[in-house]
Design a binder for this molecule. Structure first.
Ligand code: ADP
Ligand code: MG
Length: 260
């Protein structure tokens, strides 16, 4: 039986008198991909930033890898990987220079070439961030979360704004990171992304968790209520059509399979 690596109990966040997170509780198990789903404004980023020790909570308790965010934020920071918004990277530095910079900041000694190889960016080592495509930027942002060999990485809407090819390439990357034993917590408002990637999901709405389970169990529970899709179920969607038609060669840097 897997152990919880993150435990959240009765977490509350108020911005002034507005309660953005209303007493949520959940566990994340070691090694799983856990999704926080919900519409804009649900409280996903607020929750993630509190878990990352970047934002103060109002009430409740959070343990990360057995440590309380109240007493051990520095140790927690050394064990987690945080995806920074790509806009935060110095746009004029090359990927190699940025990784060296992060190594200096973290006090780590990660091999830049190895990190770039893991995200299929070996040939971009001497390119600047501003010269990368959207999908390449996101893959680089994920590479930087791994510099300190974290036990858990947090990704806030990693695939927002990406085209379908780049999104699927990112999904394969996230799965390959899970295969290495890393726990992943991500937010998304793309349900097909959650269904494909996440072992379990929590659905958030207006600061509350309204459902939490595996995607399969949530779908089965809905079907038991007698729910039926209006349209005949097909084995492929329009996105599959798009990828089949345009898939190979549009942006080879985002379509290569990820080796683990
Ligand atoms: P999500 O990531 O699910 O879109 P957020 O956590 O960003 O949601 O925001 C949840 C709610 O809290 C929203 O109503 C948002 O407007 C509000 N909010 C977020 N950050 C702040 C802030 N710094 N000050 C005041 N309100 C905020
Ligand atoms: Mg958000």
């Amino acid at each position: 039986m897997k152990q919880p690596i993150i435990q959240v109990q009765q977490l509350v966040k108020k911005y002034g008198s507005f309660e953005a997170v209303k007493g949520i509780s959940f566990d994340v198990m070691e090694g799983e991909i856990f999704g926080l789903l919900g519409p804009n404004g649900a409280g996903k980023s607020t929750t993630l930033e509190i878990l990352e020790t970047l934002r103060e909570k109002t009430a409740g308790s959070v343990w990360i890898d057995g440590l309380s965010i109240d007493t051990d934020p520095a140790t927690i920071k050394s064990r987690i990987g945080i995806q920074l918004q790509t806009a935060g990277f110095y746009p004029g530095l090359t990927l190699l220079e940025l990784i060296r910079l992060f190594n200096g900041l973290y006090g780590t000694n990660a091999d830049p070439q190895e990190l770039l190889a893991q995200v299929q960016l070996t040939d971009k080592a001497n390119a600047t961030v501003k010269a990368l495509s959207g999908g390449q930027k996101q893959r680089f942002a994920i590479a930087t979360t791994r510099i300190n060999q974290p036990r858990i990485i947090f990704l806030d809407e990693p695939s927002t704004g990406l085209d379908p090819q780049a999104r699927r390439s990112l999904w394969e990357l996230i799965r390959s990171i899970q295969k290495n034993g890393t726990t992943i917590v991500l937010t998304t408002h793309y349900m097909e992304e959650a269904e494909y990637l996440c072992n379990r999901v929590a659905i958030m709405d207006q600061g509350k968790i309204i459902a939490i389970d595996t995607p399969d169990n949530l779908i089965d529970a809905l079907l038991k209520t007698g729910f039926e899709r209006k349209k005949e179920l097909k084995q492929a969607g329009l996105e599959d059509v798009f990828i089949q038609l345009t898939g190979h060669g549009i942006d080879t840097n985002t379509t290569e399979p990820v080796n683990t």
